[in-house]
Ligand binder design. Structure first.
Ligand SMILES: [Zn+2]
Length: 478
């Protein structure tokens, strides 16, 4: 037995307790602290890709995970620990998707009456399982609502196995649902509301006017919140005005390409310089535009995607029967999106050349973009543009942790960091597609091997298939 009577914080104890680890439960009993073994997992003879700034790999390492933390990279297995043979395998930090949308209770339609509770509910575990199965242990939800806070908490409490979630609440202008601000005063008040309601970040959207946008960023700075999102259309022809300090991330390459008449390399360079000068990061979401272009042409590829079965049947129905890209298709639109896909490749090259930090976001929940899988695809697309495999991995590990302000806690493999880890059967630095060859995932120290991941995914697909007939978007979604 190994004892850890002094190092386990109360917070960690609470987490361990909620995970239902019987060996840890005893710790919570008064007087039993000294008798309780730590819950340890050890991965032996593994090659670590730590993704620290210095790079490189650590060969033949012994990674010790105790109480959800990495406690050693060259240790000996504590007695009673779960021991895994990592020979021939590669260990990377858990991946982050910096741009997702998550289904949440209340969707697809708002309540009819002010006091009505939602009438449609998503199973949080079913939303999260594909992320975990793909090694995605952290998400930035760019469309957070009250129900999203509940989702985050269900995971943090250990009731649901899922990624850590950061929450960005949206402010838009003009008219419509959600938080709307059309004056600087309203913009500032809305930022304060978002802060008070417990969200982490402010997302700005396309219909904000210039003055309100700038007031929002200023107020968010004052409140200590980063702003990310779209570049409002009101900045057309005066793009540089949007790059004010505190506008910390542009959420799509498309936000730039919309500001370019002819998709020239000069424009790409100019955009990269604007971002660089302002310290603004970019999440290009190449995979989003790749799927939008495909669906505008035809739904065949999307329908044939073997990962579609992991989406909730209502969303499958929406994507296949009410696909807005396909519905509005025209030769002109197909051509436009194809040219955008191509321009975005040049844009990412320009960002890289200028030294603009790039983070991986997949805009999951856009039609055809299946969360978890889509992040792997985004990294493959980035390598296709000219990032090295290590640079691509950094966009989904170390760099997101820095942007989110959690780099002291995760994003790299180092002693003391949270045990969010992915064990791969092949070297991801040699071929980025090897991130899909997952042997196991550690989520906050909770270990799931391939069989456990497969079982969860098979169960999800089976239940989705069985309930397909009950979820017709044409009837429920209206
Ligand atoms: Zn989005």
């Amino acid at each position: 037995m190994t004892y850890r009577k002094t190092t386990m914080s109360m917070a960690k104890l609470a987490i361990a307790f909620s995970l239902g680890l019987t060996s840890v439960v005893a710790i919570a009993k008064p007087g039993k602290r000294d008798e309780t073994p730590a819950s340890a997992t050890v991965i032996e003879h593994v090659t670590i890709v730590p993704m620290t700034e210095t790079g490189g790999v650590i060969a033949d390492a012994t990674v010790v995970i105790e109480n959800g933390r990495i406690t050693s990279l060259n240790g000996v297995a504590p007695k009673g620990a779960k021991r895994l043979n990592g020979k021939g395998k590669w260990l990377i930090p858990g991946l982050t998707d910096m741009h997702v949308h998550l289904p949440s209770d209340g969707l697809p339609r708002p309540p009819k009456y002010p006091t009505e509770a939602p009438t449609f509910f998503f199973d949080t575990q079913d939303i999260m399982t594909p992320y975990i199965a793909n090694g995605v242990t952290q998400l930035l939800n760019l469309d957070a609502v009250a129900a999203s806070v509940g989702q985050r908490n269900e995971i943090a409490s250990g009731k649901i196995l899922g990624p850590s979630i950061a929450l960005a609440a949206v402010i838009n202008g003009a008219e419509g649902r959600g938080r709307i601000a059309n004056t600087p005063a309203d913009g500032r008040q809305t930022v304060r509301n978002i802060k008070a309601e417990g969200y982490d970040f402010v997302k700005v959207y396309s219909d904000l006017n210039v003055d309100t946008f700038i007031a929002i960023v200023e107020e968010a700075n004052r409140q200590g919140m980063k702003v990310l999102g779209h570049i409002p259309e009101s900045f057309e022809g005066q793009l540089e005005k949007a790059f004010v300090p505190g506008f910390a991330m542009v959420a799509h390459a498309e936000e730039f390409s919309k500001q370019s008449a002819n998709f020239t390399d000069e424009d790409a360079k100019r955009f990269a310089r604007l971002a660089k000068q302002n310290g603004t990061w970019v999440s290009p979401t190449l995979v989003t535009m790749r799927w939008i272009a495909s669906e505008t042409r035809s739904l065949d590829e999307m329908k044939a995607n073997p990962n579609l079965k992991y989406m909730h049947p209502l969303l499958q129905s929406k994507w296949t029967t009410a696909n807005r890209y396909n519905r509005n298709s025209s030769p002109k639109l197909i051509d436009y999106f194809d040219r955008m896909v191509e321009f975005h490749r040049r844009l990412v090259k320009a960002f890289k050349a200028e030294g603009v930090p790039i983070v991986a976001g997949s805009d999951a929940l856009t039609s055809g973009v299946v969360g978890g899988f889509s992040l792997h695809e985004e990294l493959e697309l980035m390598v296709g543009v000219g990032l090295s495999s290590e640079e691509a991995l950094a966009t989904a590990t170390r760099l997101p942790a820095i942007w989110l302000g959690v780099d002291g806690d995760r994003g790299t493999i180092e002693v003391g960091k949270r045990a969010d880890l992915v064990l791969l059967n092949a070297n991801p630095l040699e071929n980025i597609s090897n991130i899909s060859k997952i042997a196991g995932v550690s989520v906050d120290g909770r270990w799931l091997d391939r069989a456990a991941l497969d079982a969860r995914m098979a169960d999800l697909a089976k239940r989705n298939e069985a309930t397909k007939a009950d979820f017709d978007f044409g009837k429920i979604g209206k």
